[in-house]
Design a protein around this ligand. Structure first.
Ligand code: DQA
Length: 142
């Protein structure tokens, strides 16, 4: 089984970006931690991050024949990107939406997700553990 793990804009700055909100670990450290997690032992993972909406959509398109499952932290694209939503629907990926922070306990604009209703579930406020919960959720679908 293969899962792609996609992180959107500004998540490349994890570790230095608002550490009081997002923690002190870098994205590479989090990805390594995910890769080495026991739950991933029989799963092939591929990681992708971009600050560009188009590059993320192109990446999802490029995987559509090969991969069925997507774990995505879309960053701020969450709140407005109908193009990302259409890409997930159009490729028939089964997606889990993840946020490190509790988007429901921050500014009002963060409470809105335009992809939530087309995802299997939304996980928020659990830091890096959220990615593992997302993978666990996918495994339970199989
Ligand atoms: C985020 C929450 C978003 O509102 C924000 O724009 C991010 C990160 C999170 O992981 O908590 O870039 O997706």
């Amino acid at each position: 089984m293969k899962i792609i793990i996609v992180n959107g804009p500004n998540l490349n700055l994890l570790g230095e970006r608002e550490p009081e909100v997002y923690g002190s670990e870098t994205l590479n450290e989090i990805n390594e931690w995910i890769k080495n997690h026991d739950i991933c032992r029989d799963i092939e993972l591929e990681f992708f991050q971009s600050n560009s909406e188009g590059a993320i959509i192109d990446f999802i398109h490029s995987k559509r024949k090969e991969v069925q499952y997507l774990v995505i932290n879309p960053g701020a694209l969450t709140h407005y990107s109908y193009a990302l939503r259409d890409a997930i629907v159009g490729t028939e990926m089964k997606a889990v939406e993840v946020h490190l922070s509790d988007i429901h306990d921050r500014e009002n604009f963060r409470k809105i997700s335009v992809i939530k209703s087309i995802c299997l579930t939304q996980i928020f406020g659990e830091g890096k553990q959220g990615y593992i919960k997302a993978i666990q959720h996918i495994l339970e679908q199989e």
